[in-house]
Design a protein around this ligand. Structure first.
Ligand code: TRP
Length: 349
């Protein structure tokens, strides 16, 4: 049996479901650190379209995938993910992941999936009660485990809600290695700095986290006027959270938060500072976005190239998995006998 196939530099896998545009919360919470990681790690960035089907299998949602996939790739590129360094790929373009997911399903007890808060939360958002929870949604973490193990990834930066999924992947890897021999390095989750960025809007009891579903986001592709208008809706505690998140220099941010709290910094003045800070953050993204958008077909080419590379890695892993489990041997055994029989039949008597 071959030993652990660790790459010289640790391989990282992260990614998103293409359900809509990425926002400034994504940028501060995870995209910036992904960009930084490119220098020291081999990064795979998955566009997890299959995972969107777990709660949105309807035709209308599937119909929106092409635009959403392109939008997410453009968001990643504009944030500074460099296609020369990172492999951006489309999950459904790597069908080997289905094969692996089926095999991993055998190793994960249903009870470990049923108890996951993340799945309960997704079911709730999708308005699916227990009766209507699909096998696919229950298996969400198994598919994610297949993504992770397929890429032989060791480091998985994810949001806090996804850490339990990385644990499932790890559990599957441990079991697989123990049963069939060392094939998978053990993946480790890394919680991306929790950016408790609230959504835009006035302060109040209904103030919630910035999220697509709440419709309170500042998107990476928003025009400067749109960003400014959105920032001007902020007040109170929400406004102070934004100062804390957007003003880079810690001391200065604390000072400003204190002044606002004490009524020495007006909302209007604070909005002005936030607009300036947001522009500093988003202007370089806009420039890169325009460059990628202006080059007809480039975004598609990048995604196709990345997916082809991911397919190579995936088929390599799948071959080793089938070999380790004896499935390849089973098929070869059948072929050998059938071949012998064919040879024998060719005999002239
Ligand atoms: N589950 C992730 C999300 O919440 C997306 C995802 C799918 C993923 N497969 C992955 C993340 C593998 C990291 C590694 O959007």
């Amino acid at each position: 049996m071959t030993t652990s196939p660790s790459t010289p530099v640790p391989r990282v896998l992260t990614g998103d479901r293409p359900t809509g545009p990425l926002h400034i919360g994504h940028l501060l919470g995870s995209l910036q650190s992904r960009v930084a990681m490119q220098a020291s790690h081999e990064c795979f960035v998955i566009v997890a379209d299959l995972h969107t089907l777990t709660t949105r299998p309807q035709r209308e949602h599937v119909g929106r995938l092409p635009a959403n996939v392109r939008g997410v790739v453009l968001d990643l590129l504009s944030a500074g993910i460099d296609p020369q360094k990172s492999t951006i790929y489309l999950q459904s373009g790597v069908p080997a992941v289905y094969d692996l997911a089926i095999l991993l399903q055998m190793l994960i007890p249903v009870s470990h999936l049923r108890s996951l808060a993340s799945l309960a939360q997704m079911a709730k958002v999708a308005k699916l009660d227990d009766e209507h929870m699909s096998l696919g949604l229950l298996g969400y973490p198994v598919l994610q485990a297949a993504d992770i193990l397929m890429a032989q990834a060791e480091l998985i930066p994810v949001g806090a809600d996804n850490l339990a999924h990385v644990e499932i992947a790890r559990e599957a890897a441990v079991r697989f290695n123990a049963m069939y021999g060392e094939v998978f390095p053990l993946p480790e989750g890394q919680s991306s700095r929790v950016q408790m960025l609230p959504g835009i809007g006035p302060d109040g009891p209904s103030a919630s986290k910035m999220s697509k579903s709440a419709g309170n986001t500042i998107n990476l592709g928003d025009a400067p006027e749109v960003v400014a208008d959105k920032l001007r809706t902020l007040s109170g505690e929400r406004l102070r959270s934004f100062i804390d998140a957007l003003i880079d220099e810690r001391e200065r941010a604390e000072e400003l938060v204190g002044e606002h709290q004490a009524g020495k910094l007006s909302d209007a003045a604070a909005h002005g500072l936030l607009i300036e800070a947001a522009e500093g953050l988003l202007a370089p993204l806009r420039e890169r976005r325009a460059a990628f958008e202006g080059d007809q077909g480039l975004v598609e080419e990048i995604l196709v190239d990345g997916t082809i590379r991911a397919r190579e890695v995936a088929y390599g892993t799948l071959a080793r998995v089938r070999e380790a489990m004896g499935l390849e041997g089973l098929w070869k055994g059948l072929l050998d006998v059938a071949h012998e029989r064919a040879e024998a039949r060719k005999k002239p008597y």
